[in-house]
Design a protein around this ligand. Structure first.
Ligand code: CS2
Ligand code: MG
Length: 401
């Protein structure tokens, strides 16, 4: 007799930052969880799940993961987009969690077994000045990381992505505003990595996130100027609603390119992958429709020599990290996993069995995802509206953050 979904709960909590978690329960007593967090738009996904998805789940067979995915994708009529695909992802991951528990195995075994024993990861470092950024880089190297992202403040700019700002003006709960000057940044970035290589030598992988701020030719200039410093990757050099703009960038630089953390479907990256315009695809499980859809993206990427480099910032729940590590343990074309330490309070809400050691990440061996949510603890950390920054050029033009 097939099992049945009996309940699906949307749990919004804020243990240091907002997370949206879906918990699905079945008649057989199994339960599974999935992450639905979209940073800065959490309640949109919570409402999409609560009002439109949960009623369609009750009574369904939890084993029919693909059918549920197709039902939620095609059945919505309004396809794709970050809110829809994060909601579908949460259901999908919770059902994979349940199926692996029912099979009595860790999720990576259900996906196809281990392709590797551990996963290379990278951590974030930053500094408001070059010296502060280099000191943070050296600390991360001493801590044993083999791959380190470097972000430095740009002289003359007050508040930019990836650099912790000392003080932020009170915006009355609305988004803080960053400032940006591409010319200053393009002149300064090569100096950062020239110094970084002097500090840590040639063997540490260095990464950098341009965070969507450049125009295509500026992206080509930056990639070319960083070639002497042998980056592991240069990330999000330019917005790619039009994927073809990467053809220009690719023609002018061999610096490896990583794109896709804002993508939510295979169609967002189909040209980038099939024309080999990127080296790493960043689309991750919570934002790109769950394991069922990201597996299709990874398989397409594998045909074209593109590897995975999943987004893993601290605003992605520990549930997504658990799913990403099971996926990363199995996927043949694994590249690297981003690893940001979650706020301390999140350990009161989520209990997980994945681990970090000597610069690598290790998936757990418990049945399923290997992570649980303590609903009573979650209730102690109620949602608090929070926004991502917005960004303006120095003349006031609203720019990409
Ligand atoms: C960044 C993220 O980790 C990254 O590569 O792009 O910090 C990103 O800014 C946030 O996840 C947005 O919520
Ligand atoms: Mg990024």
């Amino acid at each position: 007799m097939a099992d049945r979904i009996t309940a699906a709960k949307v749990i919004v909590c804020s243990p240091g930052r907002n997370f949206v978690t879906l918990k699905i329960e079945t008649a057989s007593g199994l339960s599974g969880i999935g992450d639905a967090t979209v940073n800065g738009r959490e309640m949109a996904v919570a409402a999409y799940l609560q009002e439109h998805v949960v009623p369609c789940l009750i009574g369904r067979d939890p084993a029919r993961i693909e059918d549920v995915w197709q039902y939620l994708y095609r059945g919505a009529y309004w396809r794709r987009g970050p809110i829809t695909m994060a909601a579908i992802a949460a259901v999908d991951v919770a059902l994979w969690d349940i199926k692996a528990k029912a099979a009595g195995m860790p999720l990576y075994q259900l996906l196809g077994g281990a392709s590797r024993s551990h996963m290379l990861c990278y951590t974030h470092t930053d500094g408001a000045t070059l010296d502060e950024a280099m000191a943070a880089l050296e600390r991360a190297a001493e801590a044993g990381y083999h791959a380190i992202r470097v972000q430095a403040g740009v002289p003359g700019l007050k508040r930019i992505y990836g650099v912790h700002a000392a003080d932020a003006p009170d915006m009355g709960g609305l988004p803080n505003e960053g400032d940006w000057d591409t010319a200053k940044y393009l002149r300064f970035a090569p100096k950062v990595f020239e110094e970084a290589r002097k500090r840590v030598g040639a063997d540490i992988h260095l990464l950098h996130d341009a965070h969507h701020r450049l125009l295509p030719n500026e992206a080509a200039q930056l990639g070319k100027s960083l070639e002497p410093y042998d980056l592991f990757w240069l990330e999000d050099v330019t917005p790619v609603e039009n994927q073809e703009v990467l053809r220009h960038v690719r023609r002018h630089t061999t610096t490896p390119l990583a794109i896709g953390e804002v993508f939510n479907s295979i169609w967002d990256c189909q040209t980038l992958i099939t024309e080999q315009l990127i080296d790493y695809i960043r689309a991750t499980i919570v934002h790109a429709g769950g394991i069922t859809h990201v597996r299709r993206i990874a398989d397409l990427a594998g045909l074209y020599g593109v590897r995975t480099g999943f987004h893993g910032a601290a605003d992605l729940s520990p549930v997504t990290m658990a799913a990403a590590l099971h996926f990363g343990r199995w996927v043949p074309n694994f590249g690297i996993q981003e690893y940001s330490i979650h706020p301390k309070d999140s350990q009161q809400v989520f209990q997980w069995d994945w681990s970090f050691r000597d610069g690598y990440l290790f998936s757990g061996e418990s049945p399923g995802l290997g992570i649980t949510i303590d609903e009573a603890a979650a209730a102690r950390f109620p949602y608090q509206r929070a926004y991502l920054d917005v960004n303006r050029l120095t003349d006031g033009t609203l720019w990409n953050w």
